[in-house]
Design a protein around this ligand. Structure first.
Ligand code: ACO
Length: 307
């Protein structure tokens, strides 16, 4: 068996910035409500799931100093595939010029952590390098006339490259995945429709799931919450992140936050926050990083890595 580590990263956001003031101009809402309830100030709309995935992947390859031929597998986490058939990862594979297998994973906003856990497991049995991408274009499946969801969801992508290491150098220390399908009715999107959400219910379950899953992953990793250098949470709502990290006993200063500029980009959200933290020099060799996410399903996921 082998271990794995992250050797490259990149992210992509569409050009169009949509501010709270833009919503204020056309919906019965205001900047104060949105900021207070969510922490979001602006978000990006545009691009396609594959175009954002491709841009993030190209940056990750450049960051790692690798070529497309060096990638042995592509896993794309998305909840907004471009077609029912084929998987969007096929388009990404072709555009990037990868010569390897590719498939999509859908675990809603927990999907990127699911994909990293999957990649780690495949690397454990010998795969050398896996490109793990999270890309979503939620603005396409959001009713822009519905103020309760329109202000929350947006578009974006991020990617990491995970590489095989000797087992003793494994950076992937522990993880937890979960789903409670009895909660489908609180957040779903039918084919061709828009997302429907009972926000308050999602909020309550999200905090519980983030805390329980993070504790589980930390315990399996043998890491105390006080030894976490950075939490990279799903970027849905600042209050959810504050409540969850507070219950974990981790100061909010140790949390990567980009949602004020990105809104909720589902699979894109965790890698967007990770890349921003890396670019700001917030990650040092040996740091313990806790990833945690939750999403429709309801799904949840947490993972602990050594940077
Ligand atoms: N502007 C102004 N008022 C609004 C807006 C808005 N944009 N949206 C809703 N309101 C109103 C509601 O109509 C309600 O009015 P009422 O009291 O007259 O009925 C009032 O504000 C309060 O609404 P609540 O839903 O109770 O407000 P809450 O404090 O719960 O905040 C929010 C709503 C932000 C949606 C919160 O519940 C939340 O963040 N929930 C989690 C959502 C989430 O994370 N979803 C993503 C999951 S990940 C995935 O898989 C996609």
């Amino acid at each position: 068996f082998y271990g794995s580590k992250i050797v490259g990263w990149g992210s992509a956001l569409p050009d169009t910035v949509v501010t709270n003031a833009d919503f204020e101009a056309r919906l019965e809402t205001n900047d104060a409500w949105i900021t207070e309830r969510t922490g979001i100030k602006e978000r990006r709309f545009g691009g396609t799931t594959s175009s954002l995935a491709i841009e993030a992947s190209q940056k990750a390859l450049a960051n790692a100093g690798l070529e497309p031929k060096d990638i042995d597998l592509l896993i794309l986490s998305t909840t907004t595939p471009e077609q029912t058939i084929p998987a969007t990862s096929a388009t990404v594979q072709a555009e990037l010029g990868l010569n390897c297998g590719a498939f999509d994973v859908n675990a809603a906003c927990a999907g990127f952590v699911y994909a990293m856990v999957l990649a780690n497991s495949m690397i454990a049995t010998g795969v050398k390098r896996i490109l793990v991408v999270g890309s979503d274009t939620l603005s396409r499946i959001t009713d822009q006339e519905d103020r309760s969801t329109a202000v929350l969801f947006a578009d974006g992508a991020g990617a990491v490259i995970m590489e095989r290491t000797e087992l003793q150098d494994n950076a992937f220390l522990g993880w937890d995945l979960g789903v409670d399908g009895s909660l489908v009715p609180i957040l779903y999107c039918d084919h061709g429709g828009y997302m429907k959400m009972e926000g308050r219910e999602v909020y309550k379950k999200a905090v519980l799931a983030m805390v329980a899953s993070s504790k589980q992953a930390l315990e399996r990793a043998g890491i105390a919450a006080s030894d976490v250098s950075l939490v990279v949470p799903h970027q849905a709502n600042l209050r959810i992140i504050e409540a969850a990290t507070n219950r974990l006993g981790i100061p909010i200063e140790k949390t990567a936050i980009v949602l004020d500029k990105t809104g909720n980009t589902s699979s894109g959200s965790i890698p967007l926050a990770l890349v921003a933290a890396a670019e700001m020099g917030r990650l040092q060799n040996g740091d313990h990083v806790l990833f945690c996410g939750f999403g429709a399903g309801m799904t949840w996921a947490a993972a602990v890595i050594r940077w």
